[in-house]
Design a protein around this ligand. Structure first.
Ligand code: CP
Length: 310
């Protein structure tokens, strides 16, 4: 199935069948990924540029590998060593990248709305790799892929998302995507880390961790975003862990088959105990692998769309 839009800015409003189409396509991509010779021709002749205004390990690297495994030319613009540091605007940078016949720009930006602004002025496809506190759609797609691979379905799953919901673009994208596919989402955080009006976004909301995880199929921890926590959000990391940390005592109160997830990077001992990160029912490493497969699928579907239009 073709994607309706040339860009992926967020999962809010994305049709269910398009989400399912990306997840289905990622199943085949994961099989390619597991082959010894990871060289497929799906993106031959295409060029992909990563434009990251914030740090990243997983997202940037997995997009690079995904593009290269599918045969695209890939380039990473190191923003701190580029003309952005001389004051070049986002749109002028986009225009420059466009003039080099680029098909896809993958952008991460501290400001919500930056990927949409770029997409409105760039002829090729723009993929949002995380914008401020807005969305991180490819993270949510890989999370949903991981859940579907593990349980065989999304519909009816009970998913508890625990941590810094206020600043989390991962939580927002997961909420939109999971709801669309029929999961039941519970958000759990201290009051200071919950956005206003969250109770109207279609999830159950609680400050009681045991209640949140009690009958959950999936417990997803979120990173305490130290770089965005300027103010009196938390008294201390230790106190946070004692009330909201996902540790072995908490796991004892969960379903024995509960799936533990985290988008990474993890602050071990803060939002999640080290033993839980590395536990048998932790899918954190599998999420990283699935991130490559999902991004291969997305790059393929978006570039096939432009190919079919020409
Ligand atoms: N999950 C995630 O976005 O990780 P990175 O910041 O390493 O890309």
């Amino acid at each position: 199935m073709l994607l309706k839009n040339k860009d992926l800015i967020g999962l809010h409003g994305m049709p269910e069948e398009e989400i399912v189409s990306i997840l289905d396509s990622a199943v085949a991509m994961k099989q390619y990924l597991k082959q010894k010779a990871k060289k497929m021709p799906h993106l031959q002749g295409k060029s992909v540029v990563a434009l990251f205004y914030e740090n990243s390990t997983r997202t940037r690297l997995s997009f690079e590998l995904a593009a290269k495994f599918l045969g695209a030319a890939f380039s990473n613009l190191g923003v701190s060593s580029s003309s952005v540091a001389k004051g070049e605007t986002l749109l002028d940078t986009g225009k420059t990248i466009e003039a080099m016949e680029t098909d896809v720009i993958i952008i991460r930006h501290p400001y919500a709305g930056a990927p949409k602004l770029l997409a409105d002025h760039f002829k090729g496809s723009v993929i949002n790799a995380g914008d401020g506190m807005h969305e991180h759609p490819t993270q949510a797609l890989l999370d949903m892929f991981t859940m579907r691979e593990h349980f065989g379905r999304i519909e009816g799953l009970k998913v508890a998302i625990v941590g810094d919901i206020l600043h989390s673009r991962v939580a927002r994208s997961n909420l939109w995507g999971l709801k669309k596919l029929g999961a039941k989402v519970t958000l759990c955080a201290p009051k200071t880390l919950l956005p206003q009006g969250i109770e109207h976004m279609g999830a159950a909301v609680t400050g009681n961790l045991k209640e949140a995880v009690g009958n959950a199929d999936v417990v997803m921890g979120l990173r305490i975003q130290k770089e965005r926590l300027q103010g009196a959000y938390l008294s201390s990391s230790r106190e946070y862990h004692s009330f909201f940390g996902i540790n072995e005592q908490l796991l004892d109160q969960c379903n024995k088959d509960v799936l533990i997830m985290h988008p990474g990077p993890v602050n071990r001992g803060v939002e999640m105990a080290s033993t839980v990160v590395d536990a048998e029912n932790s899918a954190i490493d599998e999420q990283v692998t699935n991130g490559v497969a999902v991004r291969m699928a997305l790059l393929y579907l978006l570039t096939r769309r432009s190919h079919d239009e020409n």
